[in-house]
Design a protein around this ligand. Structure first.
Ligand SMILES: Nc1ncnc2c1ncn2[C@@H]1O[C@H](COP(=O)(O)OP(=O)(O)O)[C@@H](O)[C@H]1O
Ligand SMILES: [Mg+2]
Length: 224
């Protein structure tokens, strides 16, 4: 179970304080998929970043099973993140100097420190996401949809407990978006990962096990 408890995020600016959300509670059973929709600026990215441990809450806790992740030291948390969490951003965030294969290998080399294993795993994953013949391409030599497929392979290489995707299809056309969502849901099941996706596409959001709607101050689970 991925659980957030009493979660608050405020930004302190020079002359004001912004409260993004206060006292949010949410539970997502492991191996389930959840979509989050909500207006722009409501705090979806902020929430996803905190659940994915790449940002800190002002108050409250995030649990992976019984692990209270923000009670870990910085180095323990970095290790936890590398092993348990995969992130996919709207703009892929791939390293531009490296090939698709290298981009996917890197998190695994940090984890298992074995280049041969990392290469084998990365090749297999790139094949699974349909990029067998693109492995030596750099990000600039691939389409937006292909770059996102690389980002998906990279997020999966350490077989994380949880994958977070922040509008992964935000700058892709409808057909490519659909294919990417389909791929994410297929791999989530295959790899038995928890998947949380922020999307503005209500139709694609409906394909997830849990449908969440974020509004000012709360996050609601929608019934089917
Ligand atoms: N680093 C920051 N400093 C101050 N305010 C921020 C920062 N990041 C985000 N915000 C504010 O927090 C709110 C939520 O942002 P965000 O989580 O990106 O929303 P969403 O992803 O739903 O569009 C917005 O009002 C935004 O302006
Ligand atoms: Mg956002």
């Amino acid at each position: 179970m991925l659980k957030i408890s009493d979660l608050t995020k405020k930004y302190k600016m020079k002359d004001k304080e912004i409260t993004v959300f206060e006292n949010l509670h949410l539970e997502i059973p492991f191996k389930q998929s959840a979509s989050i929709v909500g207006k722009s600026g409501i705090g979806k990215s902020t929430l996803l970043h905190i659940m994915g441990t790449i940002d800190q809450p002002t108050k409250g806790k995030v649990f992976y099973e019984n692990d209270d992740v923000f009670s870990l030291s910085d180095s323990q948390l970095a290790k936890f993140r590398n092993r348990n969490i995969g992130f996919i951003f709207q703009f892929h965030h791939l390293l531009s100097e490296f090939t698709a294969l290298e981009n996917v290998m890197i998190p695994n080399m940090v984890f298992e420190k074995n280049k041969t294993i990392a290469k084998e795993k990365a090749e297999r994953l790139l094949e699974e996401v349909g990029l067998k013949d693109r492995i030596t391409h750099k990000p600039s030599e691939m389409s937006g949809g292909e770059q996102q497929r690389v980002a998906i392979a990279r997020a999966l290489i350490n077989q994380p407990k949880a994958i977070f995707a922040d509008e992964p299809t935000g700058n892709l056309d409808e057909k490519t978006s659909e294919a990417i969502h389909e791929l994410l849901l297929k791999l989530q099941k295959q790899y038995e990962a928890t998947l949380v996706v922020v999307t503005h596409n209500e139709r694609l959001a409906k394909q997830f096990d849990i449908k969440l709607h974020m509004t000012k101050g709360q996050i609601l689970q929608l019934e089917d």
